[in-house]
Ligand binder design. Sequence first.
Ligand code: GLA
Length: 389
Amino acid sequence: MYDESIVEQAIAVHTKTYGTEPTAVAYAPGRIEVLGNHTDYNEGTVLSAAINMGHCFCISASDKPGVRLTAGDLLETTEFDPASDERLPKNLQWANYVKGVMFYLRGQKVENDSVDCTFLGSNPMGAGLSSSAALEVATAFAVLEYTGKTLGKDEIGILAQAAENNFAGCNCGLLDQFSSIYGVHHGLIHSDFRSLETYPVMLPDDVVFLMINPHIKHVLADSPYNERRVSCELAASELDELLGHPVKALRDVSWEEFEANKDKINSEAAQRATHVIGEITRVEQGVKLLAEGGKLIEFGQFLYDSHETSRTAFENSCGELDIVVEAAREAGALGARLSGGGWGGSVVALVHAADADAICEKIVHICKTKGLEPTAEIIIPSAGATVVK
Ligand code: GLA
């Protein structure tokens, strides 16, 4: 299932703007990250879910060279040459995600010149729900459909990541793009970012996730995200010298090995690695807990533990997110943590379905007493990207 209303609205904007209906239309969802923070570029594992909000991308032929692109929410249109690798200026950042994907698709012999395009999303930008990955993936699916070409899903994810790295300036891993592509209805996705294998992890029927957004905008490209990646790589290379086996990435270091060696490496890098190696350990234990069924209290505690090392070791939380997590705890959520890159964005909370509405209200109420004006909603884990037309 995809967000039909956003698809209808995108098609309407496209038809009105260009005077013709789109020939191809695709939809790709945003994601929540459930466990496994900053593990993807450390070749680790993540539990995530595609969500019931996303981006729609429409495309039709034009008789002019280049790409005309309309942002359906802003009702602004810009033009660019898809063969050029130049980034558009910051005020047109929304167009860079599309331009990057089109540029890399051309490298795969997918021609995409002389086209009119429109995108529209229900996935709010800057909320930590990977709206940019949803836009990139929707672009790739629509352009491939329009040109009659095919690429493997992994290739699409890698290409969309390259667009984010080189056109948006964030050295992100593959989590957001893979979640958007491989999402499953009412399930989580376990992704292994070394083998690139993904498999669904089904959730018990009686739990749901809440997404609580305190509305503090974040732009990962302007955050310490890239710096944290460098620290993780430093920790891995120092541990490579110390351990008796090759360490290509933090994925190769067990918790026990890390504990025994952390005092021998750069202290800041060790502090960041504490969070990442802890997260990889929690993901694997968390999958087992879910498979055993009913161990939701323990699983939820992992979410709280994850937030705690985000706050204290990786330092990618902020005051507002900490308030929301504490409010979730007080309101009786099974677990809660920041979801995604951090330094803003949203908190994801795990709750029993029967308590969801009451906990949502309580969280919002507690946050209001602390000066925040968050919105909270129930997230439906959803299927991955699809061609609509
Ligand atoms: C952002 C990035 C992902 C991942 C998460 C943190 O969402 O785009 O690649 O690193 O942060 O886990």
